[in-house]
Design a protein around this ligand. Structure first.
Ligand SMILES: NC(=O)c1ccc[n+]([C@@H]2O[C@H](COP(=O)([O-])OP(=O)(O)OC[C@H]3O[C@@H](n4cnc5c(N)ncnc54)[C@H](O)[C@@H]3O)[C@@H](O)[C@H]2O)c1
Length: 247
C-alpha cells in the first residue's frame, strides 16, 4: 500500500479541478486525476509530473459506472487506498427556463448529480474510516436567472451531500460541499462579456474568485485534521449567498 494518502479528483484537467490537484499534491497527497477530455488532462498531468511523481491521470466520464468501477478496482490493487474524493466535474450553460429542452435538462442532471452519485457510490465501497468526500456544488443552488437546469443540479448536489453525510457518518466518512460563486475558469468565460459584468455587479465584493480560492476550501475539508465536520455547505462566493443584492 502507498504510504501517502490518496485523493481522487474529477474534472481535473482544467479550472477548479486542476487547481485542486496542485493544492492536494502540495499538501502531500498522491492525486488521481480524472477527466473525460483527454488532451487538457494529459497536458496538465505531464506538467505536474515534471515536478512530482505523486500524480496519475485517467480518462473517463463520471457517468460511466463500469469504467468508474474498473478504475476504483485498479486503484485499490495498485495503491491500496482512496482517502479523499473530490467530486468536481460538472457541466454548465446559461439558458432561460422556457427555452430549455427536456434533453438539455436531463443531460445536466445526469452529469452533475448522477455522475457525482455514481463515483461516490463506487468509491465508498472501498473507502475506509476517516475518508472524506467533498462535492463541488455552486452558490447558484440558491437561485439565479437563466439557470434552471444548473440550479436543479446543484441543489441536487447539496441534497446528495447531506444524504450521504448522514448515511456515511457511522462509517466514519465525512461528506461536505463547497458552493463557489463566480470563479474565473472556462465555465465563467463561456458567458458573454455582458453577462459576466452583470454577474460581477451582483457580487458584494464586485470581484471574480480564482480557482485557487476554491482549492483552498477543498483542501480544508480534505485535511485529515478537519474532523467532526460533516454535511456542511461552505459558500466561497464573495458574499453573494448573503442575498445582499436583494437589499
Ligand atoms: N467557474 C465558476 O464560476 C463556478 C461557479 C460555481 C460552481 N462551479 C463548479 O465548480 C466545478 C468546476 O468548474 P470549473 O469552472 O473548473 O469548470 P470547467 O468547465 O473549467 O472544468 C470542468 C471539468 O470537468 C470535466 N467534465 C465535465 N463533464 C465530465 C464528465 N462527465 N466526466 C468527467 N469529467 C467531466 C470537463 O472536461 C472539465 O475539465 C463544477 O462543479 C462547477 O459547477 C464553478
Amino acid at each position: 500500500m502507498i504510504d501517502k494518502e490518496v485523493a481522487l479528483v474529477t474534472g481535473a484537467g482544467q479550472g477548479i479541478g486542476l487547481a485542486t490537484v496542485r493544492r492536494l499534491v502540495a499538501d502531500g497527497f498522491h492525486v488521481v486525476m480524472i477527466d473525460r477530455n483527454p488532451e487538457p488532462l494529459a497536458t496538465a498531468a505531464a506538467q505536474l509530473r515534471a515536478a512530482s511523481n505523486s500524480i496519475e491521470h485517467h480518462v473517463l466520464s463520471i457517468t460511466d459506472r463500469p469504467a468508474v468501477a474498473e478504475l476504483v478496482g485498479a486503484l485499490i490493487a495498485s495503491l491500496g487506498r482512496i482517502d479523499v474524493l473530490v467530486n468536481n466535474a460538472a457541466i454548465f450553460w446559461d439558458g432561460k427556463f422556457d427555452a430549455t429542452t427536456e434533453d438539455d435538462y436531463t443531460r445536466m442532471y445526469e452529469v452533475n448529480v448522477i455522475g457525482t452519485f455514481v463515483v461516490s457510490q463506487e468509491v465508498v465501497k472501498v473507502m475506509q474510516r476517516g475518508g472524506r468526500i467533498i462535492n463541488v456544488a455552486s452558490r447558484a443552488y440558491l437561485a439565479g436567472y437563466a439557470h434552471a437546469p444548473y440550479i436543479t443540479s446543484k441543489a441536487g448536489t447539496v441534497g446528495l451531500t447531506r444524504g450521504m453525510a448522514i448515511d456515511l457518518a457511522e462509517r466514519g466518512i465525512l461528506v461536505n460541499a463547497i458552493a463557489p460563486g463566480l470563479i474565473e475558469t472556462d465555465m465563467f468565460r463561456s458567458l458573454t462579456p455582458g453577462r459576466q459584468q452583470e454577474l460581477i455587479a451582483k457580487q458584494p465584493t464586485k470581484t471574480v474568485g480564482q480557482p485557487d480560492d476554491i482549492a483552498n476550501g477543498i483542501a480544508f475539508f480534505a485535511d485529515p485534521r478537519t474532523r467532526n465536520v460533516t454535511g456542511q455547505i461552505l459558500a466561497l462566493d464573495g458574499g453573494r449567498s448573503m442575498g445582499i443584492s436583494l437589499y
